[in-house]
Design a protein around this ligand. Structure first.
Ligand SMILES: [Zn+2]
Length: 66
């Protein structure tokens, strides 16, 4: 009896923006969504920057005299 195993460990990448899953090795490697035409690393960095800027603004405001 031969059992065909599905490649469960096949690399895949699911886009956080649109939910599209890609099995293209280059897409997985670069975390690139072919549907959004965006790199998720860029999106994450942009989001992190907004959070960092907000935190900086909050902490800076506390230092200012009222
Ligand atoms: Zn996408």
């Amino acid at each position: 009896m031969t059992q065909r195993r599905l490649p469960l460990e096949a690399p895949s990448f699911t886009c956080r923006e649109c939910g599209f899953t890609s099995y293209n090795l280059n897409d997985v490697k670069h975390r690139y969504c072919g549907r959004c035409h965006k790199f998720m690393a860029e999106l994450r960095t942009a989001a992190d920057m907004r959070v960092a800027q907000q935190r900086f603004a909050d902490s800076y405001r506390k230092l200012l005299p009222k």
